[in-house]
Design a protein. Structure first.
Length: 405
């Protein structure tokens, strides 16, 4: 512990960075730029909001990505133990950020959803910094409570903080997808380190039974009984899409048409038909449907393989981490990205009711891109400092061996 306190806070070097992770990240981002341009040039060219510039969204995404890369490299140079200092302030910041959505002067409502804040010239989506902060908060709490996790009382105490923030997000911003991802990330982090994982399997079975009960309940209801409950209507539209093909299920059906028309090899890059006014904002949540239409199963499979390898590299960093904190930070980032990718693909393929989940590094969005890059920076920091400590340990062992002989 004394050696760790003397360890440098900053390490401005590229030594110890996971080059495999950086390479796959580079390919994912380049692929994302290509698809954002392909999916957005028609809409941006017609829209006055984008100055009729077909490349407007691509330029914005590249700008935010460059900013994200700079911040990612800076974060990777900071010893990841430093961020534990901000665990409590970070949790309080999560609560404050969500509560600020109730302040009309800075809260921004888009299409009936209040999920953004505008402070001066800066506008950002609250969910993105909250996800990042909660990963650090949960990693710190797990390290503090690691010896008491076997007891239900202490395990539930760990779940309460993210559950409170998730409930606030659901209540104030009406953002169920973010609330689910936030809570799911926290639960998975606890699951990985918990000595009795069968307890989570039982809880998962109970949740599955509850979901099955809700689906049965929705199927048994008359549609007129659900007029004032948009969540139940959304579930019914998912179960019976052709009953709502002109409103609630329109986007999901158009996405399925795009996927189906792509075939094995696709129509060709830039040749999507569904992006020509059929799918609203095809460069956002449903960009994977455009990928399937233009590049076919082959292109979609390639993207899924890239994500699998990206997650594998993060998993490798977590396994080689020098301590539990580094492992938990890496697992938190892995679970967040994995949950978001899985939910997005399930929504686009209509395996899950429609909800606003973006595809990381592919869907257009400045706030999401910057904060995802910060998360990758944390993983790079874990790897860098873990490699450094392993090398120091090996050198110390070698010196000790030399003294003996």
């Amino acid at each position: 512990m004394a050696g760790r306190r003397k360890e440098r806070l900053f390490q401005f070097s590229l030594y110890g960075l996971d080059t495999n992770l950086l390479v796959v990240l580079f390919f994912v981002m380049i692929f994302g730029f290509i698809m954002i341009y392909s999916a957005s040039y028609y809409t941006a060219g017609l829209s006055q909001a984008y100055n009729h510039d077909p490349m407007c969204l691509l330029k914005n995404q590249v700008t935010y990505s460059i900013l994200g890369i700079i911040v990612m490299l800076l974060v990777s140079c900071v010893n990841y133990h430093f961020w534990c200092i901000f665990a409590l302030p970070g949790y309080l910041a999560c609560i404050v950020l969500v509560l600020l959505l109730k302040v009309p002067s800075i809260a921004v409502t888009v299409k009936g959803a209040t999920r953004w804040l505008r402070i001066g010239p800066v506008q950002f989506q609250v969910a993105e910094p909250v996800k990042l902060l909660m990963i650090v908060v949960m990693a710190t709490l797990i390290v503090i409570r690691r010896h008491r996790l076997r007891r239900w009382k202490y395990m539930l105490q760990l779940i309460i903080p993210p559950a409170i923030v998730s409930a606030m997000i659901l209540k104030i911003s009406n953002n169920m997808s973010t609330a689910a991802i936030l809570l799911g990330t926290a639960v998975f982090m606890i699951y990985v380190v918990h000595p009795e994982q069968w307890k989570f399997i039982l809880c998962g079975a109970a949740v599955a039974a509850l979901v099955a009960g809700v689906l049965y309940y929705v199927k048994s209801l008359d549609p007129l009984q659900m007029e004032n409950n948009f969540r139940l209507i959304r579930i019914r539209a998912w179960l019976y899409p052709y009953e709502y093909e002109q409103d609630k299920a329109f986007q999901s059906l158009q996405g399925l048409y795009a996927i189906g028309s792509g075939g094995l090899w696709g129509r060709g890059l830039g040749n999507s038909i569904q992006k020509l006014g059929k799918i609203p904002e095809p460069y956002n949540d449903y960009i994977f449907a455009i990928i399937c239409e233009e590049l076919g199963i082959f292109g979609a499979g390639l993207i899924i393989l890239l994500f699998i390898y990206l997650l594998y590299r993060i998993y490798t960093v977590s396994q080689l981490a020098e301590d539990l904190l580094g492992r938990m930070i890496s697992i938190g980032v892995l679970s967040h990205i994995a949950l978001q990718v899985i939910l997005n693909l399930m929504v686009v393929t209509n395996l899950f009711p429609t909800t606003g989940v973006t595809l990381p590094f592919f869907s257009y969005g400045g706030t999401a891109t910057v904060f995802l890059m910060i998360e990758i920076g944390l993983v790079l920091s874990v790897n860098k400092y873990s490699v450094k400590r392993r090398m120091e340990y090996e050198r110390e062992r070698e010196r000790e061996r030399m003294r003996r002989y």
